[in-house]
Design a protein around this ligand. Structure first.
Ligand SMILES: *[C@@H]1O[C@H](CO)[C@@H](O)[C@H](O)[C@H]1NC(C)=O
Ligand SMILES: *[C@@H]1O[C@H](CO)[C@@H](O)[C@H](O)[C@H]1NC(C)=O
Ligand SMILES: *[C@@H]1O[C@H](CO)[C@@H](O)[C@H](O)[C@H]1NC(C)=O
Ligand SMILES: *[C@@H]1O[C@H](CO)[C@@H](O)[C@H](O)[C@H]1NC(C)=O
Ligand SMILES: *[C@@H]1O[C@H](CO)[C@@H](O)[C@H](O)[C@H]1NC(C)=O
Ligand SMILES: *[C@@H]1O[C@H](CO)[C@@H](O)[C@H](O)[C@H]1NC(C)=O
Length: 365
């Protein structure tokens, strides 16, 4: 049974419509397990011109119920006798439930999707995409609402990873090229590898951004510029640049909202940052790993970074101002001048970082 609340014409009053789907007249054409280009999807057609499509995406250790789209046809005079506007209307909801691979997603509780024109209610949902070896999993991944329904204690991992096994350190993220175009052409350029580090309960989760599956957009204004990245797991990751003292630019704000594997949303913003400072008319470059600390719980590690948020000419970067980290001539005197005790401290710090990094490998989002 599927229940929809519809407004036959966007912006008009609401009409409550419950479609109790007798699966007899429904067809499933277009449903597929996916191929190289397209992910798997379930497509259901019913009534006269109604269709419902859900698609799934896969990432390393989990899959996402990505998007649900629903189309209704107001030409259907039985369901929409008084529709002023006739035609097929489609609503699409990005849901992004993240489920560990090889788990079945279960949600007995009522889930409500959408707003305004179409509201969809779901319950008793059982779904597994990317079924392994043709065997539906017996391991259930509950939605948040079901978890709070049954007052069981949170599942504590019973096997603590042995400290002697060192998981491979997180590999470097792939470098992506992002740009923003306005009526005057390209107005913002950014090239960078991005690694997000979310710390929760003293456990860091490190996520590399895959540029191949990341969308980007933004805007350019005289005093501010925005680069917004998004993907199936990132609702938005905003980089806001500003001009200061009329002759320099810098990264002023990062605002992020991400879907976590347990279905909850992680959001954080800091508009008081001061990174990537360079003169207007130039670009900022830093090839070494650099960290943008947005909050105690959220850091962004950047690799092979180059950005120019203002004064981009002919779609190309202007001369770069390099970060001091890249300038080896500065580093050498510091290390030489640090002496023996300094060197020991450097080693100890490096060891601690290495240890912490290795813990990150256990937690997947
Ligand atoms: C899922 O469907 C939405 C809307 O139809 C589409 O924009 C998106 O690209 C699809 N995703 C995949 C992985 O096919
Ligand atoms: C699928 O089958 C392969 C080969 O038999 C096996 O190695 C793998 O563990 C199986 N995967 C699952 C999830 O059962
Ligand atoms: C989901 O995970 C996040 C971070 O690990 C945590 O803050 C949040 O409380 C969790 N939500 C639920 C419902 O378990
Ligand atoms: C992630 O953040 C935590 C807490 O700030 C830090 O200890 C850890 O070294 C960071 N990991 C990476 C790979 O940046
Ligand atoms: C991104 O796409 C390129 C070219 O198609 C490919 O070589 C690379 O492996 C892909 N990267 C990831 C992380 O999927
Ligand atoms: C972050 O972005 C959201 C959505 O665009 C917005 O509502 C919020 O005000 C922003 N936060 C900050 C501090 O800019």
């Amino acid at each position: 049974m599927v229940c929809f609340r519809l407004a036959p014409v966007p912006g008009s009053g609401l009409l409550l419509l419950c479609l109790v789907l007798d699966l007899g007249p429904a067809t499933y054409s277009g449903s597929s397990c996916g191929d190289d280009q397209n992910g798997p999807k379930i497509a259901v057609q019913f009534g006269s011109g109604f269709s419902w499509i859900v698609n799934f995406t896969e990432e390393t250790s989990f899959y996402s119920i990505d998007n649900i789209s629903f189309s209704y046809n107001t030409n259907d005079n039985t369901t929409f006798p008084d529709a002023k506007e006739k035609g097929v209307f489609t609503v699409s909801d990005h849901v992004a439930f993240r489920v560990p691979l090889n788990d079945i997603f279960r949600c007995s509780s009522l889930l409500t999707l959408g707003k305004n024109d179409v509201v969809q209610h779901y319950w008793d949902v059982h779904v597994q995409a990317f079924v392994q070896n043709g065997t539906v999993s017996t391991k259930e991944f509950l939605c948040d609402k079901d978890k709070t329904l049954t007052t069981v204690l949170p599942i504590v991992p019973t096997t603590v990873p042995s400290p002697t096994t060192t998981p491979s350190p997180k590999e470097k993220p792939e470098v992506g090229s992002y740009s923003v175009v306005n009526s005057n052409g390209t107005c913002l350029l950014a090239t960078m590898g991005l690694q997000l580090n979310i710390t929760h309960d003293k456990v860091a989760s490190v996520i590399n951004i895959n540029p191949n599956t990341t969308n980007f957009t933004g805007s350019c204004h005289p005093q501010t510029a925005l680069l917004r990245l998004s993907s199936s797991s990132i609702k938005y990751l905003d980089f806001v640049f500003a001009v200061k003292n009329e002759n320099r630019f810098y990264l002023k704000e990062v605002n992020v909202s991400m879907y976590l594997v347990n279905g909850s949303v992680f959001s954080i913003a800091n508009n008081n940052l001061s990174y990537w400072d360079a003169p207007l008319g130039s670009s900022y470059m830093c090839n070494k790993e650099q960290t943008v600390s947005v909050s105690g719980a959220f850091q962004i590690n950047t690799f092979d970074l180059r950005v120019q948020p203002f004064n981009v000419m002919e779609g190309k970067y202007s001369t770069a101002q390099e970060c001091s980290l890249d300038d080896d001539t500065i580093l050498i005197p510091i290390i030489v001048g640090a002496g023996l005790s300094g060197l020991i401290i450097v080693i100890v710090i490096a060891y601690l970082i290495g240890r912490r990094k290795s813990y990150a490998g256990y937690q997947t989002l």
